[in-house]
Design a protein around this ligand. Structure first.
Ligand code: ARG
Length: 481
Protein backbone atom coordinates (compact mmCIF):
# COMPACT_ATOMS: atom_id res chain seq x y z
CA UNK A 1 0.00 0.00 0.00
CA UNK A 2 1.40 3.41 -0.99
CA UNK A 3 1.48 6.30 1.44
CA UNK A 4 -1.23 7.96 -0.61
CA UNK A 5 -3.67 5.06 -0.42
CA UNK A 6 -2.78 4.52 3.22
CA UNK A 7 -3.79 8.06 3.92
CA UNK A 8 -6.96 7.87 1.86
CA UNK A 9 -7.88 4.45 3.21
CA UNK A 10 -7.61 5.48 6.82
CA UNK A 11 -9.50 8.76 6.55
CA UNK A 12 -12.22 7.40 8.76
CA UNK A 13 -9.89 7.15 11.77
CA UNK A 14 -7.40 9.87 10.99
CA UNK A 15 -8.16 13.55 10.94
CA UNK A 16 -6.92 15.31 7.78
CA UNK A 17 -3.43 16.67 8.22
CA UNK A 18 -4.28 20.23 7.26
CA UNK A 19 -6.83 20.79 10.01
CA UNK A 20 -4.33 19.57 12.63
CA UNK A 21 -1.69 22.06 11.54
CA UNK A 22 -3.80 24.91 12.86
CA UNK A 23 -3.63 23.80 16.50
CA UNK A 24 -0.50 24.12 18.61
CA UNK A 25 1.65 21.05 19.25
CA UNK A 26 0.42 19.49 22.48
CA UNK A 27 3.69 17.74 23.32
CA UNK A 28 6.65 19.76 22.15
CA UNK A 29 5.17 23.24 22.28
CA UNK A 30 8.42 25.07 22.96
CA UNK A 31 10.25 23.98 19.85
CA UNK A 32 7.42 23.17 17.46
CA UNK A 33 5.00 25.45 15.68
CA UNK A 34 2.93 22.94 13.78
CA UNK A 35 0.95 19.94 14.96
CA UNK A 36 1.98 16.44 13.93
CA UNK A 37 0.41 14.96 10.82
CA UNK A 38 -2.31 12.45 11.64
CA UNK A 39 -0.12 9.73 10.15
CA UNK A 40 2.77 10.81 12.35
CA UNK A 41 0.52 10.35 15.34
CA UNK A 42 -0.72 7.00 14.04
CA UNK A 43 2.75 5.54 13.66
CA UNK A 44 4.15 7.17 16.77
CA UNK A 45 1.51 6.53 19.40
CA UNK A 46 1.99 3.52 21.62
CA UNK A 47 -0.78 4.20 24.13
CA UNK A 48 -3.03 1.51 22.63
CA UNK A 49 -0.67 -1.12 23.98
CA UNK A 50 1.66 0.50 26.50
CA UNK A 51 -1.27 1.47 28.74
CA UNK A 52 -0.67 -1.98 30.19
CA UNK A 53 2.37 -0.47 31.90
CA UNK A 54 0.29 2.01 33.93
CA UNK A 55 0.75 0.45 37.37
CA UNK A 56 4.49 0.06 36.93
CA UNK A 57 4.80 3.55 35.48
CA UNK A 58 3.04 5.00 38.52
CA UNK A 59 5.16 2.95 40.92
CA UNK A 60 8.32 4.20 39.17
CA UNK A 61 7.14 7.82 39.32
CA UNK A 62 6.31 7.56 43.01
CA UNK A 63 9.74 6.16 43.79
CA UNK A 64 11.38 8.86 41.68
CA UNK A 65 9.40 11.70 43.29
CA UNK A 66 10.12 10.41 46.78
CA UNK A 67 13.84 10.31 45.98
CA UNK A 68 13.74 13.86 44.54
CA UNK A 69 12.24 15.06 47.83
CA UNK A 70 14.77 13.23 49.99
CA UNK A 71 17.62 14.63 47.94
CA UNK A 72 16.25 18.15 48.26
CA UNK A 73 15.68 18.43 44.49
CA UNK A 74 11.96 19.17 44.84
CA UNK A 75 10.02 20.31 47.91
CA UNK A 76 8.21 17.93 50.23
CA UNK A 77 5.01 19.79 49.42
CA UNK A 78 5.38 19.12 45.68
CA UNK A 79 6.33 15.54 46.51
CA UNK A 80 3.10 15.07 48.46
CA UNK A 81 0.98 16.62 45.71
CA UNK A 82 2.64 14.35 43.11
CA UNK A 83 2.12 11.22 45.20
CA UNK A 84 -1.51 12.06 45.84
CA UNK A 85 -2.15 12.90 42.19
CA UNK A 86 -0.56 9.64 41.05
CA UNK A 87 -2.73 7.72 43.52
CA UNK A 88 -5.84 9.37 42.04
CA UNK A 89 -4.71 8.50 38.52
CA UNK A 90 -4.15 4.88 39.51
CA UNK A 91 -7.71 4.70 40.78
CA UNK A 92 -9.07 6.42 37.70
CA UNK A 93 -7.34 3.93 35.43
CA UNK A 94 -8.43 0.94 37.47
CA UNK A 95 -12.04 2.07 37.61
CA UNK A 96 -12.08 2.68 33.85
CA UNK A 97 -12.64 6.43 34.25
CA UNK A 98 -9.29 7.47 32.76
CA UNK A 99 -9.32 8.69 29.17
CA UNK A 100 -6.28 7.52 27.23
CA UNK A 101 -5.42 9.92 24.41
CA UNK A 102 -3.39 8.90 21.34
CA UNK A 103 -2.44 12.56 20.86
CA UNK A 104 -0.43 12.21 24.08
CA UNK A 105 1.53 9.35 22.53
CA UNK A 106 2.24 6.97 25.32
CA UNK A 107 1.44 5.97 28.88
CA UNK A 108 4.10 8.27 30.34
CA UNK A 109 2.73 11.42 28.68
CA UNK A 110 -0.89 10.45 29.33
CA UNK A 111 -0.21 10.12 33.03
CA UNK A 112 1.86 13.29 33.20
CA UNK A 113 -0.81 15.32 31.39
CA UNK A 114 -3.46 14.07 33.76
CA UNK A 115 -1.22 14.85 36.72
CA UNK A 116 -0.85 18.41 35.45
CA UNK A 117 -4.64 18.73 35.18
CA UNK A 118 -4.98 17.43 38.74
CA UNK A 119 -2.20 19.25 40.60
CA UNK A 120 -0.95 21.99 38.29
CA UNK A 121 2.67 23.15 38.20
CA UNK A 122 4.07 20.61 40.65
CA UNK A 123 3.43 17.93 38.03
CA UNK A 124 6.05 19.50 35.83
CA UNK A 125 8.72 18.87 38.48
CA UNK A 126 8.24 15.10 38.44
CA UNK A 127 10.24 14.77 35.24
CA UNK A 128 13.32 16.44 36.79
CA UNK A 129 16.40 14.23 36.33
CA UNK A 130 14.40 11.71 34.32
CA UNK A 131 13.70 10.88 30.70
CA UNK A 132 11.09 8.67 29.14
CA UNK A 133 14.03 6.55 28.07
CA UNK A 134 15.00 5.42 31.56
CA UNK A 135 11.33 5.54 32.56
CA UNK A 136 10.13 3.09 29.90
CA UNK A 137 13.04 0.71 30.44
CA UNK A 138 12.17 0.66 34.15
CA UNK A 139 8.45 0.14 33.50
CA UNK A 140 9.00 -2.76 31.13
CA UNK A 141 11.48 -4.43 33.45
CA UNK A 142 8.99 -4.22 36.30
CA UNK A 143 6.26 -5.61 34.04
CA UNK A 144 8.41 -8.51 32.85
CA UNK A 145 9.47 -9.23 36.43
CA UNK A 146 5.82 -9.63 37.44
CA UNK A 147 5.17 -11.71 34.33
CA UNK A 148 8.04 -14.03 35.30
CA UNK A 149 6.52 -14.50 38.75
CA UNK A 150 3.12 -15.33 37.25
CA UNK A 151 4.77 -17.70 34.81
CA UNK A 152 6.46 -19.53 37.67
CA UNK A 153 3.07 -20.02 39.31
CA UNK A 154 1.54 -21.23 36.04
CA UNK A 155 4.37 -23.67 35.39
CA UNK A 156 4.10 -25.00 38.92
CA UNK A 157 0.36 -25.61 38.45
CA UNK A 158 1.22 -27.53 35.28
CA UNK A 159 3.74 -29.61 37.23
CA UNK A 160 1.12 -30.27 39.92
CA UNK A 161 -1.27 -31.67 37.29
CA UNK A 162 1.49 -33.82 35.77
CA UNK A 163 2.54 -35.18 39.15
CA UNK A 164 -1.12 -35.94 39.92
CA UNK A 165 -1.33 -38.10 36.78
CA UNK A 166 2.04 -39.67 37.62
CA UNK A 167 0.75 -40.69 41.05
CA UNK A 168 -2.38 -42.21 39.56
CA UNK A 169 -0.34 -44.08 36.94
CA UNK A 170 2.97 -44.94 38.57
CA UNK A 171 2.56 -48.51 37.29
CA UNK A 172 0.33 -48.04 34.28
CA UNK A 173 2.28 -49.71 31.48
CA UNK A 174 2.58 -47.89 28.20
CA UNK A 175 4.85 -48.41 25.22
CA UNK A 176 7.87 -46.15 25.25
CA UNK A 177 8.77 -44.96 21.77
CA UNK A 178 11.84 -44.00 19.83
CA UNK A 179 11.23 -42.79 16.27
CA UNK A 180 7.56 -43.24 17.27
CA UNK A 181 8.22 -46.98 16.96
CA UNK A 182 7.50 -49.17 19.98
CA UNK A 183 10.80 -49.41 21.86
CA UNK A 184 10.57 -50.56 25.49
CA UNK A 185 7.78 -50.55 28.05
CA UNK A 186 7.62 -47.56 30.37
CA UNK A 187 4.86 -46.26 32.61
CA UNK A 188 2.52 -43.38 31.97
CA UNK A 189 3.71 -41.95 35.29
CA UNK A 190 7.31 -42.00 34.10
CA UNK A 191 6.23 -40.22 30.91
CA UNK A 192 4.45 -37.51 32.93
CA UNK A 193 7.52 -36.99 35.09
CA UNK A 194 9.62 -36.34 31.98
CA UNK A 195 7.50 -33.22 31.42
CA UNK A 196 7.82 -32.27 35.08
CA UNK A 197 11.59 -32.05 34.50
CA UNK A 198 11.13 -29.99 31.33
CA UNK A 199 8.86 -27.46 33.04
CA UNK A 200 11.24 -27.46 36.02
CA UNK A 201 14.01 -26.22 33.72
CA UNK A 202 11.63 -23.58 32.32
CA UNK A 203 11.09 -22.34 35.86
CA UNK A 204 14.82 -22.25 36.48
CA UNK A 205 15.29 -20.20 33.30
CA UNK A 206 12.63 -17.77 34.53
CA UNK A 207 14.46 -17.44 37.84
CA UNK A 208 17.77 -16.78 36.07
CA UNK A 209 16.15 -14.16 33.86
CA UNK A 210 14.58 -12.46 36.87
CA UNK A 211 17.88 -12.31 38.73
CA UNK A 212 19.73 -10.86 35.74
CA UNK A 213 17.12 -8.23 34.87
CA UNK A 214 16.87 -6.94 38.41
CA UNK A 215 19.02 -3.81 37.98
CA UNK A 216 17.40 -0.39 37.99
CA UNK A 217 17.60 1.72 34.79
CA UNK A 218 15.98 4.72 36.50
CA UNK A 219 18.40 7.62 36.86
CA UNK A 220 20.18 6.94 33.58
CA UNK A 221 18.22 9.89 32.14
CA UNK A 222 17.98 10.11 28.38
CA UNK A 223 21.33 8.35 27.97
CA UNK A 224 24.10 10.11 29.92
CA UNK A 225 22.91 10.39 33.52
CA UNK A 226 22.09 13.73 35.14
CA UNK A 227 23.69 16.69 36.88
CA UNK A 228 21.12 16.55 39.69
CA UNK A 229 22.29 14.88 42.93
CA UNK A 230 19.99 11.86 42.58
CA UNK A 231 20.26 8.67 44.63
CA UNK A 232 19.85 5.68 42.35
CA UNK A 233 20.26 3.20 45.19
CA UNK A 234 17.20 4.70 46.82
CA UNK A 235 14.93 4.24 43.79
CA UNK A 236 16.42 0.79 43.20
CA UNK A 237 15.49 -0.28 46.72
CA UNK A 238 12.02 1.30 46.51
CA UNK A 239 11.25 -0.67 43.33
CA UNK A 240 12.70 -3.96 44.55
CA UNK A 241 15.73 -3.88 42.28
CA UNK A 242 18.99 -5.33 43.58
CA UNK A 243 21.10 -2.37 42.42
CA UNK A 244 21.19 0.44 39.84
CA UNK A 245 22.27 -0.51 36.31
CA UNK A 246 25.95 0.38 36.04
CA UNK A 247 26.06 2.17 32.69
CA UNK A 248 23.59 4.86 31.64
CA UNK A 249 23.87 4.08 27.91
CA UNK A 250 23.30 0.40 28.49
CA UNK A 251 20.49 1.09 30.96
CA UNK A 252 18.31 2.83 28.37
CA UNK A 253 19.15 0.63 25.38
CA UNK A 254 19.25 -2.81 27.01
CA UNK A 255 16.38 -5.09 26.09
CA UNK A 256 18.21 -8.34 26.83
CA UNK A 257 15.70 -9.02 29.56
CA UNK A 258 12.84 -8.91 27.03
CA UNK A 259 14.74 -11.24 24.70
CA UNK A 260 15.51 -13.62 27.54
CA UNK A 261 11.88 -13.55 28.58
CA UNK A 262 10.78 -14.36 25.02
CA UNK A 263 13.49 -17.00 24.75
CA UNK A 264 12.41 -18.84 27.84
CA UNK A 265 8.76 -18.37 26.88
CA UNK A 266 9.55 -19.89 23.49
CA UNK A 267 11.21 -22.92 25.07
CA UNK A 268 8.28 -23.42 27.47
CA UNK A 269 5.89 -23.07 24.52
CA UNK A 270 7.85 -25.72 22.64
CA UNK A 271 7.54 -28.03 25.62
CA UNK A 272 3.80 -27.42 25.73
CA UNK A 273 3.49 -28.02 22.01
CA UNK A 274 5.27 -31.37 22.32
CA UNK A 275 2.88 -32.46 25.05
CA UNK A 276 -0.02 -31.15 22.98
CA UNK A 277 1.12 -33.21 20.00
CA UNK A 278 1.28 -36.33 22.16
CA UNK A 279 -2.25 -35.70 23.39
CA UNK A 280 -3.44 -35.32 19.80
CA UNK A 281 -1.80 -38.65 18.94
CA UNK A 282 -2.89 -40.48 22.08
CA UNK A 283 -6.51 -39.38 21.75
CA UNK A 284 -6.75 -40.52 18.11
CA UNK A 285 -8.63 -43.73 17.31
CA UNK A 286 -5.39 -45.29 16.06
CA UNK A 287 -3.75 -44.96 19.50
CA UNK A 288 -6.76 -44.79 21.82
CA UNK A 289 -4.47 -44.23 24.83
CA UNK A 290 -6.43 -41.38 26.41
CA UNK A 291 -9.88 -39.84 26.37
CA UNK A 292 -10.24 -36.10 26.82
CA UNK A 293 -13.00 -34.89 29.10
CA UNK A 294 -16.08 -33.26 27.58
CA UNK A 295 -14.85 -30.00 29.06
CA UNK A 296 -11.74 -30.11 26.88
CA UNK A 297 -13.12 -31.65 23.68
CA UNK A 298 -15.11 -30.28 20.80
CA UNK A 299 -17.53 -31.97 18.45
CA UNK A 300 -17.83 -31.80 14.68
CA UNK A 301 -20.70 -29.95 13.06
CA UNK A 302 -21.00 -32.69 10.45
CA UNK A 303 -19.68 -35.93 11.94
CA UNK A 304 -21.56 -36.83 15.11
CA UNK A 305 -18.99 -39.42 16.23
CA UNK A 306 -16.14 -36.91 16.44
CA UNK A 307 -14.43 -35.81 19.65
CA UNK A 308 -11.77 -33.38 18.65
CA UNK A 309 -8.74 -32.32 20.68
CA UNK A 310 -9.01 -28.66 19.60
CA UNK A 311 -7.42 -27.29 22.77
CA UNK A 312 -4.35 -29.48 22.29
CA UNK A 313 -4.13 -28.51 18.63
CA UNK A 314 -4.31 -24.82 19.53
CA UNK A 315 -1.62 -25.19 22.18
CA UNK A 316 0.51 -26.88 19.52
CA UNK A 317 -0.14 -24.02 17.08
CA UNK A 318 0.13 -21.06 19.44
CA UNK A 319 3.77 -21.89 20.07
CA UNK A 320 4.27 -20.33 16.63
CA UNK A 321 3.17 -16.90 17.86
CA UNK A 322 5.71 -16.98 20.66
CA UNK A 323 8.53 -18.00 18.34
CA UNK A 324 7.41 -15.16 16.08
CA UNK A 325 7.56 -12.70 18.95
CA UNK A 326 11.10 -13.77 19.85
CA UNK A 327 12.23 -13.57 16.25
CA UNK A 328 10.52 -10.22 15.76
CA UNK A 329 12.25 -8.58 18.70
CA UNK A 330 15.63 -10.05 17.77
CA UNK A 331 15.27 -8.39 14.38
CA UNK A 332 14.19 -5.07 15.95
CA UNK A 333 17.34 -5.04 18.08
CA UNK A 334 19.76 -6.28 15.46
CA UNK A 335 22.18 -3.54 14.46
CA UNK A 336 20.50 -0.89 16.63
CA UNK A 337 23.09 1.75 17.59
CA UNK A 338 23.39 3.10 21.13
CA UNK A 339 21.54 4.36 22.97
CA UNK A 340 17.76 4.81 22.73
CA UNK A 341 16.01 4.74 19.35
CA UNK A 342 12.27 4.71 18.84
CA UNK A 343 12.64 1.22 17.43
CA UNK A 344 12.67 0.15 21.06
CA UNK A 345 8.99 1.03 21.33
CA UNK A 346 8.40 -2.12 19.25
CA UNK A 347 9.54 -4.25 22.19
CA UNK A 348 6.25 -4.21 24.02
CA UNK A 349 3.67 -5.88 21.80
CA UNK A 350 5.67 -9.09 21.27
CA UNK A 351 6.35 -9.30 25.01
CA UNK A 352 2.70 -8.75 25.91
CA UNK A 353 1.34 -11.09 23.27
CA UNK A 354 3.81 -13.86 24.05
CA UNK A 355 3.03 -13.56 27.74
CA UNK A 356 -0.76 -13.65 27.24
CA UNK A 357 -0.45 -16.54 24.82
CA UNK A 358 1.78 -18.59 27.08
CA UNK A 359 -0.44 -18.03 30.11
CA UNK A 360 -3.47 -19.24 28.16
CA UNK A 361 -1.59 -22.24 26.76
CA UNK A 362 -0.44 -23.22 30.25
CA UNK A 363 -3.86 -22.84 31.82
CA UNK A 364 -5.61 -24.80 29.04
CA UNK A 365 -3.02 -27.56 29.11
CA UNK A 366 -3.16 -27.80 32.89
CA UNK A 367 -6.95 -28.16 32.74
CA UNK A 368 -6.83 -30.67 29.90
CA UNK A 369 -4.19 -32.81 31.55
CA UNK A 370 -5.85 -32.84 34.95
CA UNK A 371 -9.05 -34.16 33.33
CA UNK A 372 -7.38 -36.68 31.06
CA UNK A 373 -8.69 -40.25 31.29
CA UNK A 374 -6.04 -42.89 30.66
CA UNK A 375 -7.12 -46.03 28.78
CA UNK A 376 -4.93 -48.51 30.62
CA UNK A 377 -5.89 -51.59 28.59
CA UNK A 378 -5.14 -49.95 25.26
CA UNK A 379 -1.75 -48.80 26.54
CA UNK A 380 -0.89 -52.25 27.89
CA UNK A 381 -1.91 -54.05 24.70
CA UNK A 382 0.17 -51.63 22.67
CA UNK A 383 3.12 -52.12 25.02
CA UNK A 384 2.91 -55.89 24.61
CA UNK A 385 2.84 -55.64 20.84
CA UNK A 386 5.86 -54.50 18.89
CA UNK A 387 8.35 -56.82 20.64
CA UNK A 388 9.02 -54.26 23.32
CA UNK A 389 10.90 -56.80 25.45
CA UNK A 390 13.44 -57.71 22.75
CA UNK A 391 16.16 -55.75 24.56
CA UNK A 392 15.42 -57.75 27.71
CA UNK A 393 15.97 -60.95 25.75
CA UNK A 394 19.29 -59.67 24.42
CA UNK A 395 20.34 -58.57 27.92
CA UNK A 396 19.38 -62.04 29.24
CA UNK A 397 21.61 -63.70 26.62
CA UNK A 398 24.48 -61.48 27.75
CA UNK A 399 23.90 -62.07 31.45
CA UNK A 400 23.06 -65.78 31.46
CA UNK A 401 25.03 -67.12 28.49
CA UNK A 402 27.96 -64.71 28.58
CA UNK A 403 27.32 -63.64 24.98
CA UNK A 404 28.86 -60.39 23.74
CA UNK A 405 26.03 -57.83 23.38
CA UNK A 406 26.48 -57.46 19.61
CA UNK A 407 26.02 -61.21 19.12
CA UNK A 408 23.04 -61.23 21.51
CA UNK A 409 21.53 -58.42 19.43
CA UNK A 410 21.88 -60.57 16.30
CA UNK A 411 20.40 -63.66 17.94
CA UNK A 412 17.48 -61.71 19.36
CA UNK A 413 16.81 -60.24 15.93
CA UNK A 414 16.45 -63.77 14.54
CA UNK A 415 14.04 -64.71 17.35
CA UNK A 416 11.95 -61.59 16.69
CA UNK A 417 11.80 -62.51 13.02
CA UNK A 418 10.55 -65.95 14.01
CA UNK A 419 7.83 -64.50 16.23
CA UNK A 420 6.85 -62.12 13.46
CA UNK A 421 6.46 -65.04 11.07
CA UNK A 422 4.31 -66.90 13.60
CA UNK A 423 2.34 -63.74 14.41
CA UNK A 424 2.88 -64.00 18.15
CA UNK A 425 4.54 -62.09 21.01
CA UNK A 426 7.99 -63.09 22.24
CA UNK A 427 6.63 -64.65 25.44
CA UNK A 428 4.26 -66.75 23.32
CA UNK A 429 7.07 -68.39 21.34
CA UNK A 430 7.79 -71.83 22.76
CA UNK A 431 11.16 -72.67 24.29
CA UNK A 432 11.83 -75.10 21.46
CA UNK A 433 11.37 -72.46 18.79
CA UNK A 434 13.82 -70.16 20.57
CA UNK A 435 16.33 -72.96 21.04
CA UNK A 436 16.34 -73.50 17.31
CA UNK A 437 17.99 -70.11 17.06
CA UNK A 438 20.15 -70.41 20.21
CA UNK A 439 20.34 -73.75 21.93
CA UNK A 440 21.69 -72.34 25.22
CA UNK A 441 18.32 -70.69 25.97
CA UNK A 442 16.45 -72.23 28.92
CA UNK A 443 13.08 -71.63 30.57
CA UNK A 444 14.60 -68.90 32.80
CA UNK A 445 14.22 -66.61 29.79
CA UNK A 446 10.47 -66.29 30.38
CA UNK A 447 11.21 -64.26 33.52
CA UNK A 448 12.27 -61.34 31.38
CA UNK A 449 9.92 -61.59 28.42
CA UNK A 450 6.79 -60.13 30.00
CA UNK A 451 6.32 -56.39 29.88
CA UNK A 452 5.76 -56.31 33.67
CA UNK A 453 9.08 -57.95 34.40
CA UNK A 454 10.86 -55.92 31.78
CA UNK A 455 9.55 -52.73 33.31
CA UNK A 456 10.24 -53.77 36.89
CA UNK A 457 13.87 -54.42 35.98
CA UNK A 458 14.53 -50.82 34.84
CA UNK A 459 15.78 -49.81 38.27
CA UNK A 460 18.85 -47.76 37.32
CA UNK A 461 18.64 -44.17 38.62
CA UNK A 462 16.12 -42.26 36.51
CA UNK A 463 14.78 -45.50 35.02
CA UNK A 464 11.16 -46.45 34.31
CA UNK A 465 10.52 -49.15 36.96
CA UNK A 466 7.34 -48.42 38.94
CA UNK A 467 9.34 -48.38 42.19
CA UNK A 468 11.63 -45.74 40.75
CA UNK A 469 8.64 -43.75 39.58
CA UNK A 470 7.16 -43.73 43.06
CA UNK A 471 10.45 -42.46 44.50
CA UNK A 472 10.76 -39.91 41.70
CA UNK A 473 7.30 -38.57 42.52
CA UNK A 474 8.35 -37.95 46.12
CA UNK A 475 11.52 -36.21 44.95
CA UNK A 476 9.63 -34.09 42.40
CA UNK A 477 7.10 -32.99 44.98
CA UNK A 478 9.87 -31.94 47.30
CA UNK A 479 11.74 -30.09 44.60
CA UNK A 480 8.91 -28.36 42.77
CA UNK A 481 5.71 -28.12 44.81
N1 ARG B 1 6.88 5.29 24.14
C1 ARG B 1 8.29 5.24 24.17
C2 ARG B 1 8.77 3.79 24.13
O1 ARG B 1 8.00 2.93 24.35
C3 ARG B 1 8.82 5.91 25.39
C4 ARG B 1 10.18 6.47 25.25
C5 ARG B 1 10.19 7.59 24.29
N2 ARG B 1 11.43 8.24 24.27
C6 ARG B 1 11.76 9.14 23.32
N3 ARG B 1 12.92 9.67 23.39
N4 ARG B 1 10.96 9.41 22.34
O2 ARG B 1 9.91 3.50 23.87
Amino acid sequence: MSAKTARAGSKAQLAPAASKKASANALWGGRFEGAPDALMEAINASIAFDKRLYAHDIAGSKAHAQMLVEQGIITAQDGRAIAKGLETILQEIESGAFEFKPALEDIHMNIEARLTALIGDAAGRLHTARSRNDQVATDLKLWVRDALDRLDTGLQAMQTALIGQAEAHADTIMPGFTHLQTAQPVTFGHHMLAYVEMFGRDRARARDCRARLNENPLGAGALAGTSFPIDRDMTAAALGFDRPAANSLDAVSDRDFALEFLGLAAIAAIHLSRLAEEIVLWSSAAFGFVTLSDAFSTGSSMMPQKRNPDAAELVRAKAGRILGALNGLLVVLKGLPMAYSKDLQEDKEPVFDACDTLELMLAAMTGMLGDLHVEKDAMRIAAEAGYSTATDLADWLVRELGMPFREAHQTTGQIVKLAERQGCRLDELGLEAMREVEEGINSGVFDVLSTENSLASRTSFGGAAPNNVRLAIIAAKEKYL
